[in-house]
Ligand binder design. Structure first.
Ligand code: HEM
Length: 535
């Protein structure tokens, strides 16, 4: 998906801005095109066919026909070509799957085969050559990283022990909103800074997090994160015609590396500081409080393995590599952009539907009370809010085409050949709006999730906003807590209105994440009778 966004105009823009390289680029393209034509004519002899799909032009394939909103276009194409179809871009084969039954084949029955990603050039650049959890192939490094992430960083014990970080940050946000009462507030900005502060504390511990926050960290990180996500969603000629990648015609790779360098500088500063400020001290703190930040977890793992045989410089280098691999996208970028996007959509839908707002607030009054503040212990009892969040995920899946999967060998789906190395998209946006699986699918109706207890791990493939199978999102337990906690606190403490003269707008902006096209700006007024509850 990353390489397919906004395809309509990019090609000519890229060419006209780089005239010197145009001749070279076109000759390389023609040769590549001829090679692919030859390759496909050889491979189409015998064996089950490829899935159906539209006719393509020579060399560029289906590229000139792809529009801006690929999730919608793919849903429409499935009406003509069926639940599984293919198209070519340049010489590359893409397959799109649009029904739960076929998604099940990919993420359950053939999960092991479909566990590679096929990262774009931008994704490769941000993940140190595809070495992080998100973009790595299904190999032993990926398994190790994912194991640390799931069993250590996001273990029940660690999540439980870090609840104080979440409470502190959510309280600070409520206080901050209270200080701006009756003024216009950008919902995405407050959600982002809360989420980023929680993740920072979980990763670096409270002490380092305090230092970083003092240095404008939140806004710096939000800027870098959204630049990265934007660049990853941008169409890149280098992805479509790999033989042109060395020219980096649009400069996408260069720009991603620039962002990565900035992230690197921030992380290097903090990691150096933490390692040198005596790891022993934090070990004692761990003993007292039972909570570990990511650095502590890694230091202990190193201790158990090979720390005996390495010196401080080597230890530092090792930890830097691990931290950066884990951090760059996997915690800070993957964790912040996604949760923030969901919170913004949920607030927009709730504000547009007065009855839903009323029911959410009645539930909060009953479970929390107006003379109290929301605590994490209240969250499991907020069933209507939970249903509202699920309904938001259904209509506005944050990652509309999941992340691309790629088979590690030729295989069959629904009687069609899916060749090794092609890119497979699961159109969760289309499945979540398909009238065959959902009554009145375009209506925002949380009630449907009160009756139908869908979970977030994709047990039922009519609803899988976090993916499913071995590459599914490992951040679910943290995302669930954070999105509930932030939304419950904002809706319990304040009434929300649009600024005077503004109208509700739910238009989408397609990319690797499906954002609101226009940011949600809202005006809060206090709901709680006792002002001290805001302090
Ligand atoms: C609203 C919140 C979130 C949504 C909608 C979301 C969605 C997704 C999706 C769709 C995938 C791909 C799944 C697949 O291929 O089957 C994914 C992967 C991933 N997510 Fe999330 N995510 C969210 C929050 C988080 C958080 C909070 C973290 C970390 C703290 C996180 C870390 C990751 C990582 C590391 C992967 C890659 C997993 C792998 O490839 O093995 N996500 N996420």
């Amino acid at each position: 998906m990353a390489q397919l966004n906004n395809l309509g105009s990019w090609w000519w823009e890229a060419m006209s801005s780089n005239k010197h390289e145009l001749t070279l680029a076109i000759s390389t393209l023609i040769l590549t095109g001829l090679w692919y034509i030859w390759k496909f004519s050889m491979s189409s002899n015998g064996g089950p066919p490829l899935p159906p799909g539209p006719r393509s032009l020579p060399i560029v394939g289906y590229l000139p026909f792809l529009g801006r909103d690929l999730h919608k276009q793919f849903a429409n194409m499935s009406h003509s070509y069926g639940p599984i179809f293919k198209f070519h871009i340049g010489g590359r084969l893409h397959v799109v799957i649009n029904t739960p039954d076929l998604a099940k084949v990919v993420v359950r029955e053939k999960d092991e085969i479909f566990a590679n990603r096929n990262p774009s050039i931008a994704a490769l650049a941000i993940s140190y050559g595809g070495q992080d959890i998100v973009w790595s192939d299904n190999n032993s490094d990926w398994r190790n990283l994912r194991k640390i992430f799931v069993h250590e960083v996001l273990s029940n014990k660690n999540l439980e022990a870090s609840s104080c970080f979440r409470r502190d940050e959510v309280r600070k946000t409520i206080k901050n909103v209270f200080s701006k009462i009756r003024t216009s507030i950008n919902i995405s900005e407050i959600a982002f800074s809360t989420e980023a502060s929680v993740l920072t504390s979980m990763v670096w511990g409270n002490t380092s997090a305090q230092k970083i926050k003092g240095s404008n960290f939140g806004s710096e990180l939000q800027m870098i994160s959204s630049n990265i996500v934007e660049l990853m969603g941008q169409a890149n000629v280098s992805d479509i015609f790999p033989s042109l990648a060395w020219l980096d015609l649009q400069g996408v790779e260069r720009k991603v590396k620039r962002e990565l360098h900035q992230l690197d500088q921030i992380f290097t500063r903090i990691i150096d500081d933490r390692i040198e400020s005596n790891s022993k001290k934090s070990k004692e703190a761990v003993g007292h409080e039972g909570k570990k930040d990511l650095l502590q977890i890694l230091l202990e793992l190193m201790d158990q393995k090979d720390a005996v045989s390495i010196n401080l410089t080597q230890l530092k280098a090792l930890i830097q590599i691990w931290l950066k691999k884990l951090l760059c996208q996997n915690i800070m970028v993957a964790g912040t952009e996604t949760t923030t996007t969901l919170i913004e959509w949920a607030m927009a839908e709730i504000m547009q539907n007065h009855n839903i707002m009323k029911r959410v607030q009645e539930e909060l009054e009953e479970i929390v009370g107006l003379d109290n503040i929301v605590e994490e212990s209240h969250l499991p009892k907020l069933q209507y809010l939970d249903a509202t969040i699920k309904e938001t995920f259904r209509l506005h899946p944050v990652v509309p085409l999941i992340l691309p999967r790629s088979p590690s060998q030729d295989c069959m789906v629904s009687g069609y050949t899916i060749p090794k190395g092609c890119t497979v998209f699961l159109n969760v946006w289309a499945i979540h709006r398909d009238p065959r699986y959902w009554d009145n699918p375009l209506e925002f109706n949380p009630e449907r999730f009160l009756a139908n207890k869908c979970d977030f791990i994709g047990s039922n493939l009519n609803f899988f906003p976090f993916g499913s199978g071995r590459r599914s999102c490992p951040g679910v337990p943290l995302a669930e807590k954070m999105q509930m906690f932030i939304l419950a606190s904002l809706l319990h403490s304040f009434e929300w209105k649009l600024p005077e003269g503004e109208v509700h707008d739910l238009s989408e902006k397609f990319g690797i994440t499906l954002k609101k096209r226009e940011p949600l700006i809202a005006v809060p007024s206090p709901r709680l009778p006792n002002e001290s509850l805001y302090m």
